[in-house]
Design a protein around this ligand. Structure first.
Ligand SMILES: Cc1cc2nc3c(=O)[nH]c(=O)nc-3n(C[C@H](O)[C@H](O)[C@H](O)COP(=O)(O)OP(=O)(O)OC[C@H]3O[C@@H](n4cnc5c(N)ncnc54)[C@H](O)[C@@H]3O)c2cc1C
Length: 382
């Protein structure tokens, strides 16, 4: 949106956005094809991102972070989306760092956050299992206390950053008979964990450079003081508290993606000639782009309103769920219209709109599927 500035944007955030954009353009974009083929980015990029101050930007300086707030994570996710880069900082900095910050003991914060901020440790969160995604209460991964240790058994799948992860926040059952009160979050440092194994990097239709992997835990022993917050049975509550922020990260990316798709398509239709005139002159093109722009503008305004609420500590779960499902749905619809305006070229991967089409689809599935989001909204009205 020309001349539009988000109400939460500041000069300092703008500077962070500019340096992140340059970083993504320099370090990721030229290698995109190779990263897509191998299914992961080069590990050293995490360390470079750490040097650039791109990791844990919203973590206090005393723990090695940038000392910012969620708005810092927001601009980084927006720039990453605009550059069509797949880089799991949303999970690393926006999610796992905040679990540690919110629930970790002082010692746990000191142990992990500084190393996450430099990129020495890449973090992942492992909730989903082959048999349980939406229905998290039915997870089977078990953690049994044995003296000063927990013994973890189970398997996880679809884990973002799973291939590179050095630190995994594992959602376990410490008391299988206690339902949601039997869930605990246990941090696993993979290097020290005998019995920990990474499975396949999953081949996906989009976000190909993002490593999404299976993880296996076979009698993995971790010190008991790796239990996040040091109190068993709090995991479900901890997950619920953080979900608003996670969902907003997806919504922020989705609205940024809509504007990017419209920009790319505007450029394309101006240059494409059909029946002796510019494609931009056809009424269908003009109306379609006008519709897309209207919806993208509504999305940005709504997401910005959610951002303001979140920064004030006032974003409720149902509103975050609305933002997540609606923007991820609209993002897919808008990209589809934009792809159509590219004709056959829209289907060819060397055109960014084709990559965007595939990247966007997962937005309706992860972070809580859109059906689950609607269920959360429905519960507030029915
Ligand atoms: C690229 C990618 C990255 C991911 N990253 C992570 C990660 O880092 N960590 C992690 O833990 N997980 C991750 N996930 C997993 C993701 O969160 C799950 O895929 C998602 O929660 C859905 O779970 P599921 O795949 O088991 O589907 P299911 O739960 O089996 O759902 C199948 C279908 O049923 C619908 N459904 C389920 N329950 C209901 C209901 N009550 N009412 C109506 N419809 C319902 C769903 O909406 C969906 O359409 C990732 C997934 C992908 C694809």
């Amino acid at each position: 949106m020309e001349n539009y500035t988000s109400p939460w944007m500041t000069e300092e955030l703008q500077m962070l956005a500019d340096s992140a954009r340059k970083f993504f353009e320099r370090e990721f974009v030229p290698h995109q094809e190779r990263f897509d083929e191998q299914g992961y980015i080069d590990r050293e990029l995490w360390n470079k991102a750490g040097e650039m101050g791109i990791l844990c930007a919203s973590v206090p300086e005393e723990y090695g972070g940038g000392g910012g707030n969620f708005a810092h994570e927001a601009v980084l996710n927006i720039e990453m989306t605009r550059a069509l880069v797949n880089f799991g900082i949303g999970v690393h900095s926006g999610i796992v760092a905040h679990y540690i910050l919110a629930y970790g003991t002082e010692e746990q914060k000191q142990r992990w956050l500084p190393r996450m901020a430099t990129g020495e440790m890449v973090a992942a969160i492992a909730m989903s299992e082959p048999g349980a995604g939406s229905d998290l209460k039915s997870i089977k991964t078990r953690a049994v206390r044995d003296g000063d240790e927990y013994v973890i058994n189970g398997s996880k799948t679809f884990i973002t950053n799973g291939y590179h992860a050095d630190l995994v926040c594992v959602i376990t059952k410490t008391d299988p008979d206690a339902g949601s009160r039997g869930v605990s979050l246990i941090m696993v440092e993979t290097e020290k964990a005998d019995g920990f194994r990474r499975g396949r990097i999953l081949k996906k239709i989009g976000q190909k450079a993002q490593d999404t992997a299976e993880l296996f835990f076979d009698d993995v022993r971790v010190p008991a003081d790796n239990l996040l917050g040091m109190e068993e049975g709090k995991g479900f509550y901890q997950l619920m508290q953080q979900l608003g922020q996670e969902r907003l990260i997806i919504a922020l990316s989705a609205q940024a993606s809509m504007h990017k798709a419209i920009e790319l398509t505007t450029e394309y239709v101006k240059n494409r000639q059909v029946f002796g005139k510019s494609l931009a002159e056809m009424q269908n093109t003009r109306f379609k782009l006008a519709e897309c722009k209207t919806e993208a503008t509504i999305a940005t305004n709504f997401v910005d309103q959610c951002m303001v609420k979140l920064l004030a500590g006032e974003l409720d779960p149902a509103t975050a769920a609305m933002a997540k499902w609606w923007t991820s749905q609209k993002n897919c619809e808008i990209i589809d219209e934009c792809l159509q305006l590219h004709g056959g070229y829209g289907y060819v991967l060397e055109y960014p709109i084709a990559r965007m089409y595939a990247n966007a689809r997962v937005g309706k599935i992860y972070g809580g599927s859109n059906e689950i989001m609607k269920e959360l909204v429905a519960r507030t009205i029915l």
